[in-house]
Structures are given as C-alpha cells and as structure tokens.
Ligand binder design. Sequence first.
Ligand code: FAD
Length: 415
Amino acid sequence: MSKVLIIGGGPSGLMCGAKASRNNDVIIIEKNEKVGKKIYITGKGRCNVTNNCSNQEFINNVVTNPKFLYSAINHFSCEDTMNFFEERGVKLVTERGNRVFPYSYHASDITKALLKACLDNNVEIKYFETVVKVEKNNDKFYITTNKSTYLVDKVVVATGGMSYPQTGSTGDGYVFAKGFNIDVVKPIPGLVPLLVKEDFPRELYNFTFKNVKLTAFFKSSKKLIHSEFGELMTMKGAIGGPIALTMSSLINKLDPNDILLELDLKPALNEEKLEKRIINDIELLKKKANSNAFILIRGLVPSSLIPMILKRIDVDGSLLIKNVSQEIIIRLINVLKHFRLEYSGLDSFSRAIITSGGISVKELNPKTMEVKKIPGLFFVGETINIDAFTGGFNMQIALSCGASCGDYLYNLENK
Ligand SMILES: Cc1cc2nc3c(=O)[nH]c(=O)nc-3n(C[C@H](O)[C@H](O)[C@H](O)COP(=O)(O)OP(=O)(O)OC[C@H]3O[C@@H](n4cnc5c(N)ncnc54)[C@H](O)[C@@H]3O)c2cc1C
C-alpha cells in the first residue's frame, strides 16, 4: 500500500481520491473549510456535471489540446460519469445541448457523492490546510503545509486553475510545477466576458440580447475568426452571456488590438430583406399621423435599444417618417447588421469560468497524468493546459483526468 497525497479537493482531486483509495493510503489536503467549493457555483448552483455525448463529440468541444484527452476520455467517458453518479443515488437529467444536471438541480448532490466515494474508502481529508511546498528526495515526496509536513510516495496536484480565486483556486499548482522545472503555459482567463470600450454596456446594464450573432474579425486582414449565434448580455464594461463566453475561448490567445467585434442584431434577415422590411414599414407608418423614426425602430429592436441605435445613426427620434431618407435607411441597416464593438481585452480571472493555459501537456503522460521526468508526481484537472466550451465539458475533463490517474495508482498496487 502506497501513501498518496492529493493537493486539492475539487472534482479532479476527489475523483482521483475515490479511485486510488481502493488500495492506497490516500490523504486529500484542502485549503477550504469544505471540498468542492467551486462545484457549488457551477451551472448557477445546479452543476452541469457532464454532457450526454460521444467521446468524439466531447473532443470536438475541447478548445485547447483536445488530442491529449483521447486516452482519458476513452478511459472514463461522459457515460461513465453519468453511471458513477447514478450508481451513487444521484438521479440525473439531460437538458438542451445534452447538458447533464442532477435531477434535484442541487450542485451539492455532486459534491456529496464524490466526497462519500472517498470517505467510503477511508480517504483522510484535511480541511483548512494549505500546501506551500512540494519537494522530492530519493523517491519520496516531502510536502509542507501551513500546519504540518508529510512524507509520501506519490503526489497528485489537483489545485485547479486561477478562475474565481475566492473558491480556493489561486494557481498554486503552477508554483509547485515551476519548482520542478515543469513547463507552464501562461495562464489566461477562459470563458470570460469581453471588455469593450463603448458606454453602452453601462447604459444598458444587465440587458439580454436574444437571437443575435456575434462575429470576430482580424482588424488587419479583415479575415473572419468566428461567428456565434445566440444570447448575449451586457455587464459592467463588458459583454457576457453564452456567445461572448464561447467567443472568448477562441480569441483569448490573440492580440486584442487586432480584433474587431461586430453584432448582427437581425441575423434572420440579410441586408436586402432588411431594406425591404424597413421600406415596407415606412410605407405603412406614413399612413399614420405623427409617425417618426423612434416608432420605426421600435418595430425592429427591443425598446431599450432604441436610444443607442438613434445615437449611432445620428438621427433624432422625433424625425417625421416622411423625412426618413434613403441615406438614413442605409445607416440604419448598417447599424443593425454591423453593430461595431471596440474590444479592449479579456475580463479578469475573478469573472472567468475557467483558466486557459497551465501545465504543458508535453510534460505529462496522457494515460496517467504523471509528469514524464518526475515519476510519482501527477497533475490532474484544470491545472493542465486544456480547456473546453461550456456544456459540462470542463467538469468532465476534471473527472476523466482524476479517474485516469486514480485508476493508474490503483492498478500499480494490484501488480
Ligand atoms: C462560476 C463557474 C461556473 C462553472 N460551471 C460549470 C458547469 O456548469 N459545468 C462545467 O463543466 N464546468 C463548470 N465550471 C468549471 C469547473 O468548475 C472547473 O473546470 C472544475 O471545478 C475544475 O476542477 P478541478 O478539480 O481541476 O479544480 P477546482 O474545482 O478549482 O478545485 C481545486 C481545489 O484545490 C484547492 N487548492 C488549491 N490550492 C491548494 C493548496 N495549495 N493547498 C490545498 N488546497 C488547494 C482549492 O481550494 C480547490 O478546492 C464552472 C466554473 C465557474 C467558476
């Protein structure tokens, strides 16, 4: 029986602990008062624990280093995750986009099941204890915490990334890695709101744009980077919501000065159809008394957007409909189809769902998560330079990596 110390009680550390503890002596050291503090806020407290999809679909949703995950997802798939929780009494439900949640909509059910799987195998959990140093000497690891020191055979670093640092993920794993000369790709926020220079997110605070298209282009070459259709939200100094978060994962490694963001507020109509629609609306409105530009725009976008549109086309809302010229119509079409946003960079880690960057995958064995040059040292979950879109894929990454490492440690003892 080997002594295994896991640093961090998030989903990856708990899954690893549950698997390895079947025949190893496992300790989990967690700096918080409880395990899985981040799990409690996943999926707005409901925890989108995985995606009910095939291994290939899972891989298609991984943005950074998808190939590294082939072994891990084949070893512990989305279906295995669903079975793991259902076998432990957590009923699940699959929703839009194959997103899987606990039927109770309580993220705590996921944490409780992971914790119980550990405790059933006598995993010792140390709370309120922070690992500050990891060293290796003659095949043994020396772990120093703020309270004690430990001498163990294997160490699993499951400290997460740097997003929502108040949950305990403050990037400590990268510091331990650097101590062993392990390459760390610069961590940057992922699935994060996009900062924009305009005043409109402040003026329109907390507004949801439904059914719009967000497009990113390179400023220099005008080449398309990506388009995303769906819901967008205004926040303090930034745009958020599903399509902005997805976009962030695709542009977070690019120079913000070379990126142009554009919103299509009427994606269902091409410019020709939109022009016909506006001309038609004008003809109808001309028949009514006192019709003006404000009333015309009210028929095209939600009311709260009207002042912003009028400002952009430089028209007074009281302009009588009979005075709306062809030139104004062209300006209006342009704003509705190409609403420009001055992107100035990514929002901070405190509003990022995940961390992009981390332990270089070149350093790790993808089957076991062991550091190739430091036998006995492992990294799992969000510490690694892998990240995925929303939909339960990031939790699945944590669980697949944790299970691959935990099962490897179990199998080692069985040999
Ligand atoms: C708001 C929000 C919503 C999200 N929603 C979803 C969702 O619905 N679906 C989804 O798939 N993903 C979601 N995610 C992402 C998901 O939560 C993470 O990908 C996942 O938690 C990563 O698991 P992990 O075990 O690698 O790290 P973490 O969950 O970050 O756990 C790391 C643990 O290590 C502990 N720790 C760190 N350093 C030390 C140290 N030095 N000593 C001791 N302990 C330490 C921390 O306290 C923490 O408990 C969401 C994230 C956020 C922020």
